[in-house]
Ligand binder design. Structure first.
Ligand code: GDD
Ligand code: MG
Length: 348
């Protein structure tokens, strides 16, 4: 079994965070997102992994390298322009000889992947896709199934009156290499709008895997980017244990850092400051009496005295001036500087 990670999207819904950092490597609890997916694959015994890139590929290659630091072998394909999800798989055709696990490069899950593969093999499926239940399927691919698990209908981004079930495409597939023959070469082509409906029309054995209990999230919007942090801090994601990474900070006496928060190396939290249910990247400085709660702050950012950051995301190397208030929903791009007393974001 091989794997292909679709990591070429532009991450527009995560802007401004993705202006300098492509979505596949945004930090999640201070670790590049793709490393969680690589862990999942390696733990399922899959070490031959191709990363399919298009947007800012060099930053990703530089960070992940040949994969040896993570116990896997990484190869890369770089599309001259985005080829679409299925087009990206076709573009990697020369590297694909075996059945392949394909991941959307923005989903975090604690799914039992080996079980998905066993089920795929037992059913002799041409393609298996994993389902997740969500409250509102309109931002996803809606999937209806038959009793025996066969996919009956696939409808990408359904309109409100088209929503018949709450099960959606979780962005994890197992594909037999013969599926490649159904994708035209050199064209932009979509799994969701083209290949999957085509598999159904051809009557191919196309199945859904329904996990018993699994955590699943697409990190591709700022709201969900914040949500995945809250879930990881609260221990809601299996296989990810943050305990060994908590408490590496430096701090002056008299600061308060709650047990949920994750503070990276070389941070300074001054007396009277409070850090609650938050993640701070390396080298951050939280000055006296500032409060950071329910927030994510990337490395080398300074939160000045008496400032309050709540329910916000702040990029690298930012400056939050004295007594400034950064409220719910605010997302600041790298190197933003807010002058003293600025008020931004939702109600505090
Ligand atoms: N290489 C490459 N080339 N990758 C791409 C391209 C491309 O042209 N276009 C998108 N991708 C990657 C993105 O980087 C992302 O990891 C993945 O493909 C899915 O693209 P998104 O833009 O995040 O799609 P979505 O979230 O709206 O919908 C998809 O994911 C949902 C689950 O999160 C669909 O697959 C839905 O059906 C699904 O429910
Ligand atoms: Mg997505």
């Amino acid at each position: 079994m091989q794997a292909l990670i679709l990591a070429g999207g532009q991450g527009t819904r995560l802007r401004p965070l993705t202006v300098h950092t492509p979505k596949p490597i945004v930090p999640i609890c201070n670790r590049s997102f793709l490393l969680y997916q690589i862990d999942t694959l390696r733990d399922a015994g899959i070490t031959d992994i191709t990363l399919s890139l298009s947007y800012q590929p060099h930053k990703i290659e530089q960070l992940i390298g040949d994969g040896s630091a993570h116990g896997v072998k990484i190869k890369y394909t770089v599309e001259p322009q985005p080829m679409g999800t299925a087009g990206a798989y076709k573009f990697a055709e020369e590297l694909i000889r075996e059945p392949t696990v394909v991941f959307n490069g923005d989903i975090l899950t604690d799914l039992d992947l080996e079980r998905v593969i066993r089920e795929h093999n037992a059913r002799r499926a041409a393609a298996t896709l994993v389902l997740a239940p969500v409250e509102n399927p309109s931002a996803y691919g809606l999937v209806e199934t038959e009793r025996d698990g066969r996919v009956r209908r696939f409808l990408e981004k359904p309109k409100p009156d088209e929503i018949s079930v709450n099960t959606i495409n979780a962005g994890t597939y197992v594909l037999e290499p013969r599926v490649l023959d159904l994708i035209p070469a050199g064209e932009n082509y979509s799994f969701e709008y083209q290949l999957f409906p085509d598999l159904l029309a051809r009557g191919e054995p196309f199945y859904a895997h329904i996990p018993g209990h699994a955590y699943w999230i697409d990190i591709g919007t700022t709201a969900r980017y914040l949500q995945v942090h809250q879930d990881l801090l609260a221990g809601r994601v299996g296989h990810v244990n943050l305990d060994g990474r908590r408490g590496e900070f430096m701090s002056t006496a008299g600061a308060e850092i709650d047990a949920l928060s994750l503070v990276a190396r070389d941070c300074t939290i001054e007396a009277g400051a409070r850090v609650v249910n938050s993640v701070l990247g390396e080298g951050c400085h939280v000055e006296a009496n500032a409060v950071v709660e329910d927030s994510v702050i990337w490395s080398h950012t300074r939160v000045c005295a008496g400032a309050n950051v709540s329910g916000a995301i702040i990029g690298r190397g930012c400056h939050v001036g004295r007594a400034a208030r950064v409220g719910a929903g605010a997302t600041l791009g790298d190197e933003t500087s807010l002058s003293d007393y600025t008020q931004t974001g939702g109600a505090l």
